[in-house]
Design a protein around this ligand. Structure first.
Ligand SMILES: NC(=O)c1ccc[n+]([C@@H]2O[C@H](COP(=O)([O-])OP(=O)(O)OC[C@H]3O[C@@H](n4cnc5c(N)ncnc54)[C@H](OP(=O)(O)O)[C@@H]3O)[C@@H](O)[C@H]2O)c1
Length: 275
């Protein structure tokens, strides 16, 4: 079966589901094969008019005959949702969970049976098809299902697989939460630019374009990122002053501590939410 004829159901039709649905349609997946369910007709009505896909307030009915079931509800809702779906999955669709902090083992035990489950940690730039997702597959996932999950998450950005589920926590620390670190850095750069005399609008435009340009340059270049940095850091020049200031203030240790705290919290949340 051509991959674009895959039947996919989304349980939860919020931000992340909408981002992926939009990406799938742009990739040529067919709207008649896409289903979404949720508790509120109002939310579903908007999704239906925006994408022209099938909608329902009945989660279990939505899963009938689908090849893939994407769990796109908040982590706190996942147990209740899975328990409600447990009797409806004898056709064994591939399960893709987007829920932060919930293990494939917990999801499997709530759904009952030996389901093929891919756990995904996406990020918000998926909304503009520039996302970065970390994926882990449990032992029941076939090669074909792995490739299907890759195509589905690949519709909203890049995909990286990890072969140990515990590595989803560092993925959370790097890319799941990463957009917020860059936003924080942008806020700080804009504020500092204003402090130095620029208008807010000018500082904002220059900061955003610099962030975008640096990322594109780093992605397209085959030289190391440290070397790209050295190339804009002439001895005794202006950039060197800023870089020395950052290094003296222990910027690397600041990032290491922040990301360790993030990863630790991901571990704590999975212990709380997985019960
Ligand atoms: N956004 C991110 O950057 C990001 C990153 C990593 C992981 N994730 C994960 O992605 C998942 C979805 O996040 P989101 O940002 O898309 O959340 P969201 O916008 O709040 O969407 C959640 C959706 O679930 C629906 N829902 C609530 N109870 C339900 C139920 N019993 N059955 C079916 N649907 C139900 C809600 O419906 P109503 O709107 O009608 O209430 C809502 O549309 C979360 O587990 C989150 O951890 C998100």
């Amino acid at each position: 079966m051509p991959i674009i004829n895959t039947k996919i159901a989304f349980i939860g039709a919020g931000n992340m589901a909408k981002a992926i649905i939009s990406g799938l349609l742009a990739e040529g997946f067919k709207r008649i094969n896409i289903f979404a369910s949720g508790p509120r007709q109002e939310t579903l009505g908007k999704v239906s008019s925006e994408f022209g896909i099938n909608i329902s307030t009945d989660n279990a009915a939505t899963t009938a005959n689908v090849d893939v079931l994407v769990l796109a509800v908040k982590p706190q809702m996942l147990k209740e949702v899975c328990l409600g779906l447990a009797g409806s999955l004898s056709h064994k669709p591939l399960i893709i969970s987007l829920a932060a902090g919930i293990s494939t083992e917990s999801i499997g035990s709530w759904l009952g049976g030996d389901h093929a489950i891919v756990r995904c940690m996406p990020n918000t730039p998926s909304q503009v098809r520039a996302g970065a997702s970390g994926l882990f597959a449990n032992a029941n996932v076939s090669q074909a299902q792995r490739s299907l999950a890759n195509t589905i998450l690949g519709a909203v950005g890049i995909v990286q697989w990890v072969d140990d589920e515990a590595l989803i926590n560092p993925v959370t620390a790097v890319s799941g939460s990463g957009p917020a670190y860059f936003f924080l850095m942008m806020e700080a750069m804009i504020d500092a630019g204003v402090e130095l005399g620029l208008s807010h609008a000018t500082a904002r435009e220059l900061t955003l374009q610099t962030a975008l340009g640096a990322a594109i340059l780093a992605k397209q270049s085959d030289v190391d990122i440290a070397e790209l940095r050295r190339r804009v850091t002439s001895p005794k020049g202006t950039t060197e002053q800023a870089i020395n200031s950052f290094e003296n203030d222990q910027i690397r240790a600041i990032f290491a501590r922040a990301m360790q705290a993030c990863s630790n919290r991901a571990v704590e949340l999975s212990e709380i939410l997985g019960k």
